[in-house]
Write a protein that binds this ligand. Structure first.
Ligand SMILES: *[C@@H]1O[C@H](CO)[C@@H](O)[C@H](O)[C@H]1NC(C)=O
Ligand SMILES: *[C@@H]1O[C@H](CO)[C@@H](O)[C@H](O)[C@H]1NC(C)=O
Ligand SMILES: *[C@@H]1O[C@H](CO)[C@@H](O)[C@H](O)[C@H]1NC(C)=O
Ligand SMILES: *[C@@H]1O[C@H](CO)[C@@H](O)[C@H](O)[C@H]1NC(C)=O
Ligand SMILES: *[C@@H]1O[C@H](CO)[C@@H](O)[C@H](O)[C@H]1NC(C)=O
Ligand SMILES: *[C@@H]1O[C@H](CO)[C@@H](O)[C@H](O)[C@H]1NC(C)=O
Length: 404
């Protein structure tokens, strides 16, 4: 199995044929095949024999160390195995091939130094999935610099930046590191807030991957100052209602803390704050005021405000009955701006109405009392008048006696 796959990949680049220089009928020769194998794979190095007459066959590595001497292992490296030795074919395998194994393997008939051939072993190193490095943080309105890197391949991999199916040309640099290559491709792209989260990819192509490619996906991270918006409640709020505000925050990084405050005042005791939501149950008019939601990140801060007006519910119940007659409420069901002017002067009226209601019994009592006082005064005047007339007659008679 393993052999089969490796063999499929191994490309016999050439078959060297040694011309038979000897004029005689009996002429021996070797043929060797160039081989390309993936790093870590198994290479088969084959020597074809022609007219083999039993001479010693020697196989040497690129450093010309003898691996096999007519079938006998000479070099102590277990990765080499002789798998076949027939009069037509000598074949050895090399497992776990590394780039250092590259080079020409010599196949030689010991008797005849001229009859040798070289099988060149090439090792191919396909790239891993490339990595992406951010060289420069991207703030909105700025430029992001991204580098796609493939640290090791042989031959050098080709890198391509893709966005929305289109290639973004990059600045490619290639470095040779002892038989393998490190390749990088750098792009610089201007970014706006809308580009946050945009998808890019870096693709690595390589002959050893066939038509396949290794893809690294990357999402743009564009930093920007927060925006804040309070979502206000609909309709008007009256005493006893509950208030619920939501602060909708954006920003990158997303602000972690949302601060609620009341301008020129402390927050009401009953305020319940849970992150972006702010709630007050059972509103009273003391909650009137301007509320602020603020958020910040490293790139800035933002705030939004909401002005709370709590309407009197007494005025609502007392003034609702007369309004239908004067105003077409059906056409403007709950528009605060339209209702406000008609409601505003009313808080004073119900008080006046209440006073007149409670004054009615007092008026009756007062009238009765006034009548009583009046009659008492009349009676007094009459009696005094009468007594004065009587006294007048007394005085004429003996006035001195009356005073002592
Ligand atoms: C076999 O490999 C050697 C070394 O790379 C090269 O010189 C030679 O041209 C190759 N043979 C062919 C036919 O490509
Ligand atoms: C070399 O090995 C081959 C195959 O085993 C054998 O036929 C041949 O006689 C050997 N030659 C010598 C000189 O030992
Ligand atoms: C293959 O060779 C590498 C070094 O070239 C080594 O690190 C690795 O352990 C070897 N693998 C096997 C299965 O022998
Ligand atoms: C308004 O109504 C609520 C309940 O409907 C009540 O608790 C509150 O006391 C009322 N406020 C006034 C000022 O009448
Ligand atoms: C807060 O107080 C300052 C100074 O007293 C005043 O100028 C400002 O208008 C007040 N703001 C609000 C929203 O009441
Ligand atoms: C609260 O606002 C309402 C509506 O404007 C107003 O009628 C009321 O007098 C205010 N109350 C206080 C205590 O400011």
């Amino acid at each position: 199995m393993a052999f089969a796959t490796v063999w499929n990949y191994c490309v016999p680049l050439t078959i060297f044929t040694v011309a038979c220089l000897v004029r005689t009928a009996r002429c021996q020769a070797v043929q060797a095949e160039n081989v390309t194998v993936l790093e870590g794979g198994t290479a088969q190095i084959s020597c074809r024999l022609q007219n083999y007459d039993g001479s010693i066959v020697v196989i040497q590595n690129p450093r010309r160390q003898t691996l096999f001497f007519n079938g006998t292992r000479a070099l102590k490296d277990d990765r080499f195995q002789m798998v076949l030795f027939t009069p037509r074919l000598v074949r050895i395998t090399l497992t776990n091939v590394s780039v250092t194994d590259e080079g020409g393997y010599f196949c030689q008939l010991y008797t005849d130094a001229t009859h040798h051939q070289v099988a060149t072993l090439s090792v191919s190193v396909p790239p891993e999935t490339p990595t992406v490095e951010v060289k420069q943080e991207a703030m909105e309105g700025g430029e992001v610099e991204l580098t796609c890197m493939s640290p090791r391949s042989k031959p050098a991999a080709t890198l391509r930046w893709i966005r929305n199916g289109r290639e973004i040309p990059g600045v490619v640099s290639q470095q040779d590191n002892a038989k393998t290559f490190s390749v990088s491709s750098t792009i610089r792209i201007p970014v706006e807030r809308k580009d946050n989260g945009a998808a890019l990819s870096c693709e690595a192509f390589h002959p050893a991957l066939g038509g396949q490619k290794r893809i690294r996906h990357y999402r743009l991270d564009v930093y920007f100052a927060p925006t804040v918006r309070i979502v206000p409640p609909s309709g008007i709020l009256r005493e006893g209602d509950s208030l619920s505000l939501t602060c909708s925050v954006t920003g990158n990084p997303l602000p972690r803390n949302i601060q609620w405050s009341k301008i020129n005042d402390t927050l009401p005791e009953r305020a319940e704050i849970s992150g972006p939501t702010f709630q007050i149950s059972r509103l009273s008019q003391s909650h009137n005021g301007t509320y602020l939601c603020q958020a910040q990140n490293n790139y800035g801060r933002a705030a939004d405000h909401y002005t709370l007006l709590v309407y009197d519910n007494v005025s609502v119940t007392t003034t609702v009955p007369p309004t239908p007659t004067t105003q077409p409420i059906t056409s403007h069901p709950a528009t605060p701006t339209l209702l406000t002017p008609s409601f505003a002067p009313d808080p004073k009226d119900p008080g006046a109405v209440v006073e007149t209601h409670s004054a009615a019994p007092y008026a009756v009592i007062g009238g009765v009392l006034a009548l009583l006082v009046f009659t008492v005064i009349c009676v007094l005047i009459v009696t005094i008048w009468c007594s004065v007339r009587q006294k007048g007659s007394y005085r004429t008679r003996e006035p001195i006696l009356a005073w002592y």
